[in-house]
Design a protein around this ligand. Structure first.
Ligand SMILES: Nc1ncnc2c1ncn2[C@@H]1O[C@H](COP(=O)(O)OP(=O)(O)OP(=O)(O)O)[C@@H](O)[C@H]1O
Ligand code: SF4
Ligand SMILES: [Mg+2]
Length: 327
Protein backbone atom coordinates (compact mmCIF):
# COMPACT_ATOMS: atom_id res chain seq x y z
CA UNK A 1 0.00 0.00 0.00
CA UNK A 2 1.48 3.37 -0.94
CA UNK A 3 2.11 6.07 1.66
CA UNK A 4 -0.73 8.38 0.62
CA UNK A 5 -3.35 5.71 1.26
CA UNK A 6 -2.39 6.04 4.91
CA UNK A 7 -3.74 8.86 7.03
CA UNK A 8 -1.00 8.21 9.55
CA UNK A 9 2.43 6.66 9.10
CA UNK A 10 4.59 6.26 12.19
CA UNK A 11 8.10 5.31 11.11
CA UNK A 12 10.95 4.10 13.27
CA UNK A 13 9.59 5.97 16.27
CA UNK A 14 11.67 5.78 19.44
CA UNK A 15 10.76 7.78 22.54
CA UNK A 16 12.59 7.79 25.87
CA UNK A 17 11.97 9.52 29.19
CA UNK A 18 14.85 11.01 31.18
CA UNK A 19 14.68 9.96 34.82
CA UNK A 20 17.03 9.96 37.82
CA UNK A 21 17.47 6.19 37.39
CA UNK A 22 18.38 6.51 33.73
CA UNK A 23 16.67 6.56 30.36
CA UNK A 24 13.27 4.82 30.22
CA UNK A 25 13.10 3.52 26.65
CA UNK A 26 9.32 3.62 26.35
CA UNK A 27 9.03 3.16 22.55
CA UNK A 28 11.64 1.52 20.34
CA UNK A 29 11.56 1.54 16.54
CA UNK A 30 7.80 1.51 16.26
CA UNK A 31 6.38 1.32 12.71
CA UNK A 32 2.63 1.49 12.35
CA UNK A 33 0.15 2.98 9.91
CA UNK A 34 -3.54 3.81 9.80
CA UNK A 35 -5.03 3.34 6.32
CA UNK A 36 -7.78 5.68 5.10
CA UNK A 37 -11.24 4.74 6.43
CA UNK A 38 -9.93 1.87 8.52
CA UNK A 39 -10.05 1.25 12.24
CA UNK A 40 -6.75 0.16 13.73
CA UNK A 41 -6.73 -1.30 17.24
CA UNK A 42 -3.76 -1.17 19.62
CA UNK A 43 -3.68 -3.75 22.38
CA UNK A 44 -1.15 -4.48 25.09
CA UNK A 45 -0.58 -4.67 28.83
CA UNK A 46 -0.29 -1.61 31.01
CA UNK A 47 3.01 0.20 30.44
CA UNK A 48 3.59 -1.11 26.91
CA UNK A 49 3.64 2.42 25.48
CA UNK A 50 0.13 2.93 24.09
CA UNK A 51 -0.36 6.39 25.58
CA UNK A 52 3.22 7.43 24.77
CA UNK A 53 2.50 6.57 21.14
CA UNK A 54 -0.73 8.60 21.06
CA UNK A 55 0.83 11.50 22.92
CA UNK A 56 3.65 11.56 20.39
CA UNK A 57 1.18 11.70 17.48
CA UNK A 58 -0.48 14.70 19.15
CA UNK A 59 2.85 16.12 20.42
CA UNK A 60 1.60 16.16 23.99
CA UNK A 61 4.52 14.36 25.62
CA UNK A 62 5.78 15.10 29.13
CA UNK A 63 8.72 17.56 29.30
CA UNK A 64 11.21 14.79 30.16
CA UNK A 65 10.44 12.95 26.90
CA UNK A 66 13.05 12.68 24.15
CA UNK A 67 12.02 11.74 20.63
CA UNK A 68 15.04 9.93 19.22
CA UNK A 69 16.63 10.95 15.88
CA UNK A 70 15.26 9.19 12.82
CA UNK A 71 11.70 9.05 14.16
CA UNK A 72 8.90 10.21 11.82
CA UNK A 73 5.17 10.70 12.40
CA UNK A 74 3.65 11.47 9.00
CA UNK A 75 0.07 12.67 9.17
CA UNK A 76 -1.52 13.31 5.76
CA UNK A 77 1.89 13.95 4.27
CA UNK A 78 3.29 16.25 7.01
CA UNK A 79 5.75 15.26 9.71
CA UNK A 80 4.09 16.05 13.04
CA UNK A 81 7.54 16.05 14.67
CA UNK A 82 8.54 19.06 12.55
CA UNK A 83 5.35 21.10 12.95
CA UNK A 84 5.27 24.65 14.34
CA UNK A 85 3.05 25.49 17.31
CA UNK A 86 0.33 26.96 15.08
CA UNK A 87 0.37 23.86 12.86
CA UNK A 88 0.04 21.73 15.99
CA UNK A 89 -2.96 23.77 17.15
CA UNK A 90 -4.67 23.09 13.81
CA UNK A 91 -3.70 19.45 14.00
CA UNK A 92 -5.22 18.90 17.45
CA UNK A 93 -8.27 21.08 16.97
CA UNK A 94 -9.33 20.16 13.48
CA UNK A 95 -7.50 17.32 11.84
CA UNK A 96 -7.24 14.81 14.69
CA UNK A 97 -9.86 14.36 17.42
CA UNK A 98 -9.54 12.46 20.69
CA UNK A 99 -12.04 10.52 22.76
CA UNK A 100 -10.74 9.80 26.26
CA UNK A 101 -11.44 7.10 28.81
CA UNK A 102 -13.31 9.38 31.20
CA UNK A 103 -15.78 11.71 29.46
CA UNK A 104 -15.80 14.05 32.48
CA UNK A 105 -12.16 14.99 31.91
CA UNK A 106 -13.01 16.08 28.37
CA UNK A 107 -16.14 18.08 29.23
CA UNK A 108 -16.24 21.37 31.12
CA UNK A 109 -18.70 20.90 34.01
CA UNK A 110 -19.80 24.54 34.19
CA UNK A 111 -20.53 25.17 30.51
CA UNK A 112 -23.61 23.88 28.68
CA UNK A 113 -23.15 21.12 26.13
CA UNK A 114 -24.45 23.36 23.35
CA UNK A 115 -21.88 26.07 24.09
CA UNK A 116 -19.05 23.54 24.31
CA UNK A 117 -20.07 22.12 20.95
CA UNK A 118 -20.52 25.42 19.15
CA UNK A 119 -17.21 26.67 20.63
CA UNK A 120 -15.48 23.96 18.60
CA UNK A 121 -16.70 25.72 15.46
CA UNK A 122 -15.25 29.08 16.55
CA UNK A 123 -13.33 29.56 13.31
CA UNK A 124 -16.31 29.02 11.09
CA UNK A 125 -18.02 32.21 9.96
CA UNK A 126 -21.57 30.92 10.12
CA UNK A 127 -24.51 32.24 12.22
CA UNK A 128 -24.86 30.87 15.76
CA UNK A 129 -28.29 29.43 14.94
CA UNK A 130 -26.67 27.32 12.25
CA UNK A 131 -23.91 26.17 14.61
CA UNK A 132 -26.52 25.14 17.19
CA UNK A 133 -28.41 23.23 14.56
CA UNK A 134 -25.24 21.42 13.58
CA UNK A 135 -24.57 20.57 17.25
CA UNK A 136 -28.12 19.30 17.74
CA UNK A 137 -27.95 17.20 14.57
CA UNK A 138 -24.70 15.69 15.78
CA UNK A 139 -26.18 14.89 19.21
CA UNK A 140 -29.17 13.26 17.53
CA UNK A 141 -26.81 11.24 15.39
CA UNK A 142 -25.06 9.78 18.43
CA UNK A 143 -28.43 8.87 19.93
CA UNK A 144 -29.20 11.71 22.37
CA UNK A 145 -33.01 12.07 22.41
CA UNK A 146 -34.61 15.50 22.33
CA UNK A 147 -31.28 16.96 21.19
CA UNK A 148 -32.36 20.57 20.54
CA UNK A 149 -33.65 21.04 24.09
CA UNK A 150 -30.70 19.25 25.65
CA UNK A 151 -28.17 21.68 24.18
CA UNK A 152 -28.74 23.90 27.20
CA UNK A 153 -28.07 21.13 29.73
CA UNK A 154 -24.77 20.73 31.58
CA UNK A 155 -22.61 17.57 31.62
CA UNK A 156 -23.85 16.37 35.05
CA UNK A 157 -27.40 16.22 33.68
CA UNK A 158 -26.42 13.32 31.43
CA UNK A 159 -25.61 9.70 32.36
CA UNK A 160 -22.08 8.32 31.88
CA UNK A 161 -22.98 6.58 28.62
CA UNK A 162 -24.65 9.73 27.31
CA UNK A 163 -21.60 11.80 28.23
CA UNK A 164 -19.35 9.51 26.23
CA UNK A 165 -21.78 9.82 23.28
CA UNK A 166 -21.51 13.62 23.62
CA UNK A 167 -17.70 13.37 23.57
CA UNK A 168 -17.90 11.32 20.39
CA UNK A 169 -20.28 13.90 18.88
CA UNK A 170 -17.82 16.66 19.82
CA UNK A 171 -14.92 14.72 18.36
CA UNK A 172 -16.79 14.43 15.07
CA UNK A 173 -17.91 18.09 14.90
CA UNK A 174 -14.82 19.14 12.94
CA UNK A 175 -15.00 16.21 10.56
CA UNK A 176 -11.52 15.01 11.59
CA UNK A 177 -9.43 12.82 9.30
CA UNK A 178 -8.37 10.73 12.28
CA UNK A 179 -10.21 9.92 15.49
CA UNK A 180 -8.08 8.58 18.34
CA UNK A 181 -9.92 6.78 21.14
CA UNK A 182 -7.90 5.82 24.24
CA UNK A 183 -9.89 3.18 26.19
CA UNK A 184 -13.18 4.97 25.42
CA UNK A 185 -15.43 2.39 27.07
CA UNK A 186 -13.42 1.38 30.14
CA UNK A 187 -15.44 3.64 32.45
CA UNK A 188 -18.79 2.22 31.24
CA UNK A 189 -20.74 -0.91 32.18
CA UNK A 190 -20.97 -3.82 29.72
CA UNK A 191 -24.32 -2.82 28.18
CA UNK A 192 -23.27 0.78 27.61
CA UNK A 193 -19.93 -0.40 26.29
CA UNK A 194 -21.66 -2.56 23.66
CA UNK A 195 -23.87 0.40 22.72
CA UNK A 196 -20.90 2.72 22.28
CA UNK A 197 -19.08 0.17 20.12
CA UNK A 198 -22.21 -0.27 18.02
CA UNK A 199 -22.42 3.51 17.66
CA UNK A 200 -18.77 3.75 16.61
CA UNK A 201 -19.36 1.09 13.95
CA UNK A 202 -22.37 3.01 12.60
CA UNK A 203 -20.55 6.34 12.61
CA UNK A 204 -17.67 4.84 10.77
CA UNK A 205 -19.99 4.07 7.84
CA UNK A 206 -21.42 7.57 8.02
CA UNK A 207 -18.28 9.70 8.44
CA UNK A 208 -15.31 8.88 6.31
CA UNK A 209 -12.90 8.87 9.18
CA UNK A 210 -10.01 6.65 10.15
CA UNK A 211 -9.70 5.56 13.73
CA UNK A 212 -6.95 4.51 16.12
CA UNK A 213 -8.59 2.60 18.94
CA UNK A 214 -6.66 1.73 22.10
CA UNK A 215 -8.04 -0.98 24.37
CA UNK A 216 -7.18 -3.69 26.85
CA UNK A 217 -10.26 -5.49 25.61
CA UNK A 218 -9.50 -8.08 22.94
CA UNK A 219 -13.20 -8.75 22.29
CA UNK A 220 -13.88 -5.11 21.49
CA UNK A 221 -10.86 -4.93 19.21
CA UNK A 222 -12.05 -8.06 17.38
CA UNK A 223 -15.52 -6.60 16.97
CA UNK A 224 -14.65 -3.09 15.87
CA UNK A 225 -11.26 -3.05 14.16
CA UNK A 226 -9.98 -3.90 10.71
CA UNK A 227 -6.36 -4.23 11.81
CA UNK A 228 -4.68 -4.95 15.11
CA UNK A 229 -1.31 -3.95 16.55
CA UNK A 230 -0.06 -5.90 19.55
CA UNK A 231 2.46 -3.99 21.67
CA UNK A 232 4.75 -5.35 24.33
CA UNK A 233 7.16 -3.32 26.48
CA UNK A 234 7.55 -0.51 23.95
CA UNK A 235 7.69 -2.61 20.78
CA UNK A 236 5.20 -3.77 18.19
CA UNK A 237 5.42 -7.57 18.46
CA UNK A 238 2.69 -8.56 16.01
CA UNK A 239 0.41 -6.78 13.57
CA UNK A 240 -2.11 -7.81 10.97
CA UNK A 241 -5.63 -7.90 9.62
CA UNK A 242 -7.99 -8.60 12.50
CA UNK A 243 -9.26 -12.08 11.56
CA UNK A 244 -5.91 -13.29 10.39
CA UNK A 245 -4.26 -12.12 13.59
CA UNK A 246 -6.86 -13.54 15.96
CA UNK A 247 -7.08 -16.89 14.17
CA UNK A 248 -3.43 -17.32 13.24
CA UNK A 249 -1.57 -15.49 16.00
CA UNK A 250 2.16 -16.28 15.77
CA UNK A 251 3.88 -14.39 18.56
CA UNK A 252 3.89 -16.32 21.86
CA UNK A 253 2.76 -13.14 23.67
CA UNK A 254 -0.29 -12.71 21.42
CA UNK A 255 -1.09 -16.41 21.72
CA UNK A 256 -0.87 -16.27 25.49
CA UNK A 257 -3.23 -13.32 25.55
CA UNK A 258 -5.68 -15.24 23.42
CA UNK A 259 -5.27 -18.69 24.94
CA UNK A 260 -6.05 -17.40 28.39
CA UNK A 261 -9.67 -17.34 27.32
CA UNK A 262 -11.11 -19.63 24.64
CA UNK A 263 -14.32 -17.62 24.31
CA UNK A 264 -12.20 -14.67 23.30
CA UNK A 265 -13.48 -13.34 20.00
CA UNK A 266 -17.23 -13.77 20.41
CA UNK A 267 -17.21 -12.43 23.93
CA UNK A 268 -17.39 -8.64 24.14
CA UNK A 269 -16.25 -8.31 27.76
CA UNK A 270 -12.71 -9.48 27.78
CA UNK A 271 -9.98 -7.90 29.84
CA UNK A 272 -6.41 -8.80 29.06
CA UNK A 273 -5.60 -11.79 31.23
CA UNK A 274 -2.53 -11.79 33.38
CA UNK A 275 0.54 -13.58 32.11
CA UNK A 276 3.05 -14.80 34.66
CA UNK A 277 6.20 -12.74 35.14
CA UNK A 278 6.39 -9.03 34.61
CA UNK A 279 7.24 -6.54 31.91
CA UNK A 280 11.03 -5.94 31.69
CA UNK A 281 12.67 -2.85 33.13
CA UNK A 282 12.68 -0.33 30.28
CA UNK A 283 15.92 1.19 31.59
CA UNK A 284 17.83 -2.09 31.43
CA UNK A 285 16.45 -4.12 28.55
CA UNK A 286 17.25 -7.80 27.93
CA UNK A 287 19.86 -8.34 25.21
CA UNK A 288 17.84 -10.63 22.95
CA UNK A 289 14.09 -10.84 22.38
CA UNK A 290 12.19 -8.45 24.65
CA UNK A 291 9.73 -11.22 25.57
CA UNK A 292 12.39 -13.88 26.27
CA UNK A 293 12.29 -13.66 30.09
CA UNK A 294 8.62 -14.68 29.99
CA UNK A 295 8.53 -16.83 26.87
CA UNK A 296 7.85 -20.59 27.23
CA UNK A 297 9.14 -21.22 23.66
CA UNK A 298 12.50 -19.47 24.12
CA UNK A 299 15.38 -21.24 22.30
CA UNK A 300 19.03 -20.54 21.39
CA UNK A 301 18.75 -17.45 19.15
CA UNK A 302 16.33 -15.67 21.50
CA UNK A 303 18.93 -14.54 24.05
CA UNK A 304 21.51 -13.42 21.48
CA UNK A 305 19.91 -10.59 19.49
CA UNK A 306 16.45 -9.11 19.04
CA UNK A 307 14.29 -10.74 16.36
CA UNK A 308 13.19 -8.73 13.32
CA UNK A 309 9.60 -8.45 12.03
CA UNK A 310 9.03 -11.57 9.94
CA UNK A 311 6.14 -11.83 7.46
CA UNK A 312 3.43 -14.35 8.29
CA UNK A 313 1.38 -13.31 5.24
CA UNK A 314 1.01 -10.19 3.12
CA UNK A 315 -0.54 -8.04 5.83
CA UNK A 316 0.58 -9.94 8.90
CA UNK A 317 3.97 -9.95 10.63
CA UNK A 318 5.37 -11.07 13.98
CA UNK A 319 8.60 -10.24 15.75
CA UNK A 320 9.66 -13.74 16.70
CA UNK A 321 12.37 -16.19 15.58
CA UNK A 322 9.77 -18.98 15.46
CA UNK A 323 8.27 -17.32 12.36
CA UNK A 324 11.69 -16.88 10.71
CA UNK A 325 12.62 -20.48 11.40
CA UNK A 326 9.21 -21.91 10.49
CA UNK A 327 8.90 -23.65 13.86
N1 LIG B 1 6.93 11.17 31.96
C1 LIG B 1 7.40 9.96 32.17
N2 LIG B 1 8.58 9.79 32.81
C2 LIG B 1 9.11 8.56 33.00
N3 LIG B 1 8.55 7.42 32.55
C3 LIG B 1 7.37 7.52 31.90
C4 LIG B 1 6.73 8.78 31.68
N4 LIG B 1 5.58 8.57 31.00
C5 LIG B 1 5.49 7.23 30.80
N5 LIG B 1 6.56 6.59 31.33
C6 LIG B 1 6.86 5.15 31.28
O1 LIG B 1 6.79 4.75 29.91
C7 LIG B 1 6.23 3.44 29.79
C8 LIG B 1 5.04 3.47 28.86
O2 LIG B 1 3.98 4.16 29.50
P1 LIG B 1 2.55 4.43 28.78
O3 LIG B 1 1.80 5.33 29.67
O4 LIG B 1 2.77 4.85 27.39
O5 LIG B 1 1.90 2.97 28.81
P2 LIG B 1 0.40 2.51 28.44
O6 LIG B 1 0.56 1.36 27.50
O7 LIG B 1 -0.39 3.67 28.00
O8 LIG B 1 -0.13 1.95 29.84
P3 LIG B 1 -1.63 1.95 30.46
O9 LIG B 1 -2.32 0.78 29.83
O10 LIG B 1 -1.37 1.75 31.91
O11 LIG B 1 -2.26 3.25 30.13
C9 LIG B 1 5.91 3.00 31.22
O12 LIG B 1 6.98 2.23 31.67
C10 LIG B 1 5.80 4.31 31.96
O13 LIG B 1 6.13 4.13 33.33
S1 SF4 C 1 11.86 -14.73 19.67
FE1 SF4 C 1 12.12 -16.44 21.09
S2 SF4 C 1 11.80 -15.57 23.14
FE2 SF4 C 1 11.01 -14.12 21.64
S3 SF4 C 1 8.88 -14.58 21.50
FE3 SF4 C 1 9.89 -15.73 19.86
S4 SF4 C 1 10.36 -17.73 20.77
FE4 SF4 C 1 9.85 -16.35 22.45
MG1 LIG D 1 -2.17 4.55 28.72
Amino acid sequence: MSGNEHVLDVRDLSVSFRTARGKVRALRHVDINVPRNKIVGIVGESGCGKSTLINTVLRLLAPNAVIEDGSEVIFQGDDVLKMSNSQLTDLRGQRISMVFQDPMTALNPVISIGTQMTDILYRQKIPMAQKRKRAADMLAQVGIPDAVRRLDDHPHQFSGGMRQRICIAMALMMNPSLLIADEPTTALDVTLEAQIIHLMKELREEFECSMLFVSHNLGLIAELCDEVIVMYAGEVVEQGEVHDLFHRAQHPYTRMLLECDPARIEETRQELPTISGSVPDLIDLPKGCIFSPRCPHRYEPCNESPPDHYAVSDQHSARCFLVRDGR
